[in-house]
Design a protein around this ligand. Structure first.
Ligand code: ADP
Length: 488
């Protein structure tokens, strides 16, 4: 009887369950979207019970439709939207408020106040590896606790992995892994413990906090047909993708081209700190050893392609962009999609989107090309910063996410970075990372197996002459500089 690993991929818009065989192929996938709740401008919530319902439904359907029996499941791995939190009553299992989602900015004022306290803000920087921002969990938990008069003794908190785990194990396991803990702004990434000063500052009782474990470890058991299926892998989505991409060694990096871009670089066993707003985070913990990563994000990446489609309506589908670009031979147009300001390394909230280089013959194809190119230029901004701040020279970049399907973009990325771009055969890198972590613990795969299972789909090698590359990048930097400060 074939054995499988199941990955539960609890994302921001959908819950998925994926079945992986021994060859690490995704044999079947089930997916269900759930409701996005926007109670006020800038607020984003999910119903924790809807998350559970959709997650259990996709799991059930995956097993039923593929006639997989409980005894065929070697283990379960979980990967999840990061930073989103739930606070619930440990006796009834009822959440006391909706899940506050990572995108939610209701606590930005509280974060501004903290940032004014330089000593505290530097402390947070140094000890958690994060910048003080409403994006992370701490102020969200504080906000929920401030709303309730419930006795804190009855309450526990968790990121989404913890919420799923607690429910999969019927309340037996209240735990998380290092990668998720490192996104809460409550976890000390050096001592590998909840930070006493921060849990105190944010008013979180120690008893509310989940136990933090290795990412590949026994987290608990899911009972199905009288069989106890072990849950042996947990990692936040971006770290899981880094693992699923096989970036196990220091100096390996991946970039995910989704709505935004997330670049993560494995920096080995020593955390590297950044002065320019890259985050220092825990990639994973295995056998008691923690691997750190540097993380940089671009706010608007695939979202710029959505803008071409939905607002400008000059493309019908994101995929059309590639055909349209093939009609254009020059790169005269530069689009800076600073729709919400600019992040690392520019950090300018007052920047806004701009188009440079328009000439009389410029048409929609040129604009599409300029927009697609902006994904590659923004990735180079982060990439250069990452190499500089880590002191590590990257050999190549592994890629995934929706826009990595655009072969023109991947070739242009190789050209602009002057590095090989490696696309995996299996696009399910996030889920695969969770499956790898789970299978590694049970011995379904060894570390050597995981290295051997890395299936390279296609490599894009740089072809652009150095002077052409640097001329283009110089123009990009000029365009970015001219976009800055528009609102100021
Ligand atoms: P997310 O996980 O953030 O929802 P996905 O990884 O599913 O994102 O990728 C979707 C994004 O990729 C969308 O913003 C879409 O515009 C972009 N995208 C998808 N296919 C292409 C393509 N062929 N060329 C350029 N962009 C694309």
């Amino acid at each position: 009887m074939d054995k499988y690993i199941i990955a539960l991929d609890q994302g921001t818009t959908s819950s998925r369950a994926i079945l992986f065989n021994k060859k690490a192929e995704s044999v079947a996938v089930k997916q269900k979207e759930f409701t996005q709740i926007y109670p006020k401008p800038g607020w984003v919530e999910h119903d924790p019970n809807e998350i559970l319902r959709t997650q259990f439904e996709v799991l059930d359907e995956l097993l039923r439709e593929n006639a997989v029996k409980a005894e065929q499941i070697e283990a379960i791995g979980i990967t999840n939207q990061r930073e989103t939190i739930v606070v619930w009553d440990k006796h009834t299992g009822k959440p006391i408020y909706n899940a506050i989602v990572w995108q939610d900015a209701r606590t930005s004022k509280a974060c501004q106040t903290i940032r004014k306290d330089l000593e505290l803000s530097n402390y947070i920087n140094d000890q958690t590896g994060l910048v003080v921002d409403s994006y992370f969990s701490a102020t969200k938990i504080q906000w929920i606790l401030n709303q309730t008069d419930e006795d804190k003794e009855n309450l526990i908190f968790g990121t989404i992995d913890t919420w799923l785990l607690w429910n999969l194990t019927k309340g037996k396991s209240h735990a998380t892994d290092y990668s998720n803990a490192s996104r809460t702004m409550l976890f000390n990434i050096h001592s590998l413990e909840w930070d006493e000063r921060l849990i105190d500052y944010f008013g979180v009782a120690k008893e509310m906090l989940p136990e933090v474990k290795n990412s590949s470890d026994v987290f608990g058991y899911y009972e199905l047909d009288d069989i106890q299926i072990p849950i042996t892998g947990i990692a936040g989505d971006q770290q899981a993708a880094l693992f699923g991409q096989g970036c196990f060694e220091k100096g390996q990096a991946k970039n995910t081209y989704g709505t935004g871009c997330f670049m993560l670089m494995n920096t080995g066993e020593i955390p590297k700190s950044s002065k320019k707003g890259l985050l220092t985070t825990i990639a994973w913990g295995i056998h008691g050893k923690v691997n750190y990563a540097l993380e940089g994000s671009v706010f608007i990446a695939g979202a710029a392609i959505q803008w071409l489609r939905d607002e400008l309506q000059i493309i019908e589908k994101a995929e059309d962009s590639e055909k349209m670009i093939a009609e254009v031979s020059t790169d005269e147009i530069y689009v800076v999609p600073a729709f919400v300001g600019l992040g690392a390394p520019h950090w300018d909230e007052d920047a806004r989107g701009t188009v440079f280089g328009l000439t009389r013959d410029a048409g929609k194809n040129h604009l599409v090309k300029g927009t697609v190119n902006s994904l590659a230029f923004q990735a180079r901004d982060i990439f250069d910063l990452m190499e500089k701040e880590s002191g590590i020279e990257l050999k190549e970049l592994a890629v995934d996410g929706g826009a990595s399907q655009n072969n023109y973009l991947m070739q242009f990325q190789a050209d602009i970075l002057n590095k090989d771009i490696v696309k995996p055969l299996n696009h399910e890198t996030t889920a695969l990372g969770a499956a790898f972590l789970a299978g590694l613990h049970t011995g379904f795969w060894t570390k050597e197996d995981l290295v051997a299972l890395k299936q390279q789909g296609r490599t894009f090698t740089p072809q652009m002459p150095a002077d052409v590359r640097e001329e283009k990048y110089k123009r990009w930097k000029k365009a970015v500089n001219l976009s800055k400060g528009w609102l100021s």
